[in-house]
Design a protein around this ligand. Structure first.
Ligand SMILES: Cc1cc2nc3c(=O)[nH]c(=O)nc-3n(C[C@H](O)[C@H](O)[C@H](O)COP(=O)(O)O)c2cc1C
Length: 304
């Protein structure tokens, strides 16, 4: 058994409400929304407000915002304060995409620690939630994780998750667990380790190596939302259970998105079927199915 806080990383385009429901059923403790633009939120954009919704089984649920000024962050947090079902607010301090770097949010904030400090301080003094966390990378172009983590702690964040890569690294190279270990030594608030954890064995290694207070799993949960249970029990789940989990994920997609959920589910089926015999034929087939019941039958047959 491995006992530590396990978080499902925010993954835009993946960790929507149906995915979080399944991850939560299979061992995730802390779930976080996909990144939400604080500016869109501050204008109460209806699509953005819909993204705030949580499942009834999410009991430690944070909404992640991306903000480029203290003013925008404050307005977004005031809106989030109105929704009692949201347990926490998480600030994105790592998004490396061009748009973020150009607009001054996400990973950009690691190139301007003064601005980062003022945004964190504003959120810390505005929010009325149980938890305010920051999700950071270990630097902008070269690692300075300890310096960043101190800014995060000193300005009032209550927890930090660390994706152990710099912004410039994007997703290349290996996660730098030494940097997480250094951060853990340097600050008092809980540290959650993130990056390249894809098996329960690796989870145990990273936890022991970094001495972190918890682990956050992103890509390792795509096609394997039961990874949290595997980490907790330190063994593989039973194969027959997979079929049931995939079917319940599809059902949740259908419930949330309607017919469109069947089409959106294709990308998940591609990862679910990885490593299976005849996966290619299965993918070609499901790419043409738009009916929920037909797709459920194909899944039963293929994963049965
Ligand atoms: C498709 C995709 C979408 C992501 N979206 C977000 C996001 O919305 N917010 C965020 O903080 N990080 C986002 N990330 C980064 C992940 O949360 C995580 O930090 C990173 O993938 C490293 O962890 P992993 O190796 O467990 O995936 C995203 C990553 C991927 C691959």
């Amino acid at each position: 058994m491995l006992n530590c806080k396990l978080a499902l990383a925010p993954l835009a385009g993946y960790t929507d409400l149906p995915f979080r429901k399944v991850a939560k059923e299979y061992g995730a403790d802390w779930t976080i929304s996909e990144m939400i633009n604080a500016n869109a939120l501050s204008h109460k954009d209806p699509k953005t407000l819909k993204m705030l919704t949580k499942n009834s089984n999410e009991d430690e649920y944070s909404v992640q915002i991306a903000a480029n000024t203290p003013q925008v962050a404050k307005r977004a947090v005031e809106i989030l304060n109105e929704y009692d079902f949201i347990d926490g607010i998480d600030l994105n301090v790592g998004c490396p995409v061009k748009k973020a770097l150009k607009s001054g949010y996400g990973g950009y904030l690691l190139s301007d620690l003064k601005l980062l400090a003022s945004i964190i301080q504003t959120i810390a003094t505005t929010h009325k939630k149980k938890i305010f966390s920051v999700k950071m990378r270990i630097g902008f172009d070269t690692p300075n994780g300890v310096e960043i983590a101190r800014v995060v702690e000193d300005n009032g964040a209550m927890l930090v998750s660390v994706h152990a890569r710099t912004v410039k690294q994007l997703y290349k190279g290996h996660a730098n667990y030494d940097e997480i270990a250094r951060i853990k030594q340097a600050i008092q608030i809980p540290v959650i380790a993130n990056g390249d954890i894809t098996t329960y064995q690796k989870a145990q290694e990273v936890l022991a190596y970094t001495q972190a207070d918890g682990l956050m799993i992103g890509r390792g949960a795509i096609g394997k939302p039961w990874i949290f249970q595997e980490i907790k029990t330190q063994r593989d789940i039973d194969i027959p259970q997979k079929q049931q989990i995939i079917l319940s994920h599809l059902a949740a997609m259908y419930e949330w998105y309607g017919e469109y959920g069947v089409i959106l589910f294709r990308k998940h089926l591609h990862t679910y079927s990885k490593g299976y015999k005849n996966a290619h034929e299965f993918r070609v087939k499901v790419n043409h199915i738009t009916d929920y019941h037909l797709l459920a039958e194909e899944i039963e047959r293929f994963f049965g």
